[in-house]
Write a protein that binds this ligand. Sequence first.
Ligand code: R5P
Length: 288
Amino acid sequence: MDWGLKNRLAKIIRPADDKAVMLAVDHGYFLGPTERLEVPRNTIRPLLRYCDSLMLTRGILRTCVDANFPVPVVLRVSGGTSIIGEDLSNEQITTSLKDAIRVNASALAMSIFVGGKYEHQTIVNLGKLVSEAEEYGIPVLAVTAVGKDMVRDSRYFSLACRIAAEQGAHIVKTYYCENFEEVVNSCPVPIIIAGGKKIPERDALALAYNAIKAGAVGVDMGRNIWQSDYPVPMIKSVRSIVHGHATVDQAYDMFKNLSKESSPQKISKLSASSKKPSELSKKQKKEK
Ligand code: R5P
């Protein structure tokens, strides 16, 4: 493997244990100011030191993250749709490779919509992005986006992850499901899991634990960290599972103990007053 590609991948998946804690804060690219990510700088700042890498768009990176802080960046380079638009699968590449290099991205990320209306476009774009990025030694993370009406089982996720790997993705992000080992075993590149919609902390920790046990190399988690009342205790507890071999009980005890010592995150005025996407439109939404 190309030296630069290997070196960048090592910033995402830590060579000490081949595991990864990626913090996802790219949601605004189609959701706008979603709950508890209304002021990204405030959400991101306290969590930065506890993640191995940060996944976000160039706009939020340039405006909300201190360039002096040495966090590896996984740059989302696809988009073009919104939660109230016609079809969320109609994504294109929106950020140039030149710009990705300019912000010193350690990896690029884009979504593919297997089974979606624009499946073809997104899969072809993934192949093209991998070809271009590899010329500069930059790895690509393929995000397997899930449509609202899709069955989220191991058969579907195996299909989506394998297609991403066949196009040359170096890491694939997907969702945990029953028989997750099947998804991992049929995908020849490392898999990380998204957290999905906010669920109780213990359940989110169990999700991370089960995914790692089934062979995922880590998490790319967002809402289940920063929508918790206690984001820092939550990311530390997730970390203890991914890097520290903690069991669900141990991680949850850690979460409870750390939470007792912290103050709960305040709900911003913007969050309290902002309309939920469901109030904006009943059109198709990307379920995560
Ligand atoms: C979509 O907005 C992104 O790919 C998210 O980064 C991804 O869904 C992970 O975030 P969460 O854990 O909130 O699902």
